[in-house]
Design a protein around this ligand. Structure first.
Ligand SMILES: N[C@@H](CCC(=O)N[C@@H](CS)C(=O)NCC(=O)O)C(=O)O
Length: 206
């Protein structure tokens, strides 16, 4: 059985848990990271030298980097569903995974960590404001894309949506001012009807 290390309220762990539940992959989760610690022990570092979460082990194969884990699970257990077989459709899904990791989270990280994981007296308001502005700019691109698509790679849920969902859930549920993005919200409403999403992502992130 797949073993997953990581606390349930981590944006990156949630991608992996949601992916497993969408595909019906049995797994065992081990609390790690944040207040649970355990990520700087030699045994953990031997699997994941970054000391970050998530990490998985599948049949003795250890893997880290959340989007890579989602790609691996999709290729192994979700070919033709979450992992499109058509190269162009799969590339579209992967493009949005890269956008989540390389652009959207880079923009949003300071606002999320500042507002959710930092006590008020230690927050940097300028950094948070800049981060929220950059996040809105990044999400406008996704909102425009979703004007013509049900999901990011077309008519069906794919690994692209899995990578984006937990970040967008935070954006839509934090107490912040947000420009209206109706297509993004409609897409997120579609994710919200899925039981695997409700179970793993629509949970307290504090
Ligand atoms: N690029 C990595 C980032 C991993 C990462 O930053 N994980 C955070 C949680 S979302 C972490 O381990 N933080 C320290 C901790 O929770 O102890 C991935 O996508 O897996």
């Amino acid at each position: 059985m797949i073993r997953i290390w990581g606390r349930k309220n981590s944006v990156n762990v949630q991608k992996v848990l949601w992916c497993c539940d969408e595909l019906g992959i049995p797994y065992e989760r081990v609390d790690a990271g944040g207040a649970f610690g355990g990520t700087h022990e030699p045994e953990y570092l031997a699997m994941n030298p970054t000391g970050l979460i998530p990490t998985i082990q599948d049949d003795g194969f250890a893997l880290w980097e959340s989007n890579t884990i989602v790609r691996y699970l999709g290729a192994k257990y979700g070919a033709g569903s979450l992992w499109p077989q058509d190269p162009a459709t799969r590339a579209l899904a992967e493009k949005w995974m890269d956008y989540q990791l390389g652009t959207l989270w880079v923009a949003f990280r300071a606002a999320f960590l500042g507002l959710v994981r930092t006590p008020p007296e230690r927050r940097d308001p300028d950094q948070i404001r800049t981060s929220l502005e950059s996040t809105a700019e990044a999400l406008v691109i996704l909102d425009a894309h979703l004007a013509s698509e049900e999901y990011v790679a077309g008519a069906n849920l794919t690994v692209g949506d899995i990578a984006l969902g937990p970040t967008v859930y935070r954006w839509l549920n934090m107490e912040i001012e947000r420009p209206e993005m109706p297509k993004l919200e409609a897409w997120h409403d579609r994710l919200s009807t899925r039981s695997a999403y409700q179970k793993n992502v629509m949970v307290p992130f504090t």
